[in-house]
Write a protein that binds this ligand. Sequence first.
Ligand code: PHB
Length: 395
Amino acid sequence: MNALSFAKALVALSAGLAAAGAAQAQAPAAAAQPPIKVGLMLPSTGTFAFLGEMIDKGFRLYVQEQGGKLAGRDIQYFRVDDESDPSKATDNVNKLIKRDNVDVLVGTVHSGVALAMARAAKESNTLLIVPNAGADAITGPLCGPNIVRSSFSNWQPGYSTGVLAAQKGAKRMMTITWNYAAGNETVKGFTEAFEKGGGKVVKDLTLPFPNVEFQALLTEIAAQKPDAVFAFFAGGGAVKFVKDYAAAGLNKTIPLYGSGFLTDGTLEAQGAAAQGLLTTLHYADNLETPRNNAFRKSFALTYKQNADVYAVQGYDAAQILAAGLNAVKGDITKRDAMTAAMRRATVDSPRGKFTLSAAGNPVQDMYVREARGVNNEFRSVAVKALADPARGCRL
Ligand code: PHB
């Protein structure tokens, strides 16, 4: 090699090295993007433990189906057991916000705990996706651009069950629930629709959350003999209530209606006591759509158990987060563009496609379901595209 070609070779070599260096400088920068920190605040103990577990599984399933990343960013999970205890809620959510510095909060099941989460999310301007708790205020007076829900407002399934009960011809009804936001607001939604449909709620019965000593209240129902009863219970409490109602013989004489949580994720444990119960909810197990079938298959293969409404809501919380992250190519610092994209999303949910209201709550079809075996089977649409009235939301 002469001097000239040696010099050329050197130039070529150094150009190549420089190019490689530039490429290297870029590659680690992309790869070194820190993961998106997701704070899952859910119950893993108490009457709602199973519900929290299904939400967690649904969320992780969607992320796993995307290869473990959303918009090219790894997802790192932080998990706090909120015990469905409102008195510990502010401390618990601050573990995720202040200690773990999460980018987004996902939670929770219990309305009272979720209200504290929404306040903390507003104060700290942290993104919050609510995958169950229906507290009306979250997409009412507490609404904000950084808060969305993948589930429902308490008013929604209450209202659609009121429509159903009136259609079935009940005139005098009693209600029974836990005395806390979810119970009271669901009963309010129920009463609004039922009385609009010509019925009358003659008495509201309550007991403190999460008590399951139903006997005295069942005795009162038997004495009053209403045309039918509306109940809001969920999780372990719903299992016991439905069994106690049947054991008292009331299921033979006084039809029981419920928002669908009364029989969702609970049918195996409720057995014969739940068979034939009519409820309304934004999901039914056997919706024969390619989307629902694929979801249920994927869930069953991954977890060796059947999906339920809580799994769907967790899955859709991840879908809403993905819609926001995709719009900003994973750059979570572009907060306004991200939250606007989350609000604009049409979510391709196993329940059927839904959009979010201006307040951030799903606008969705509410289905009549009948409990058969271990499934809540679709019967009809109780109310199409039901939107929460979002009373008190100012954006
Ligand atoms: C609630 O507290 O908002 C709540 C809890 C369990 C459910 C539904 C709503 O299944």
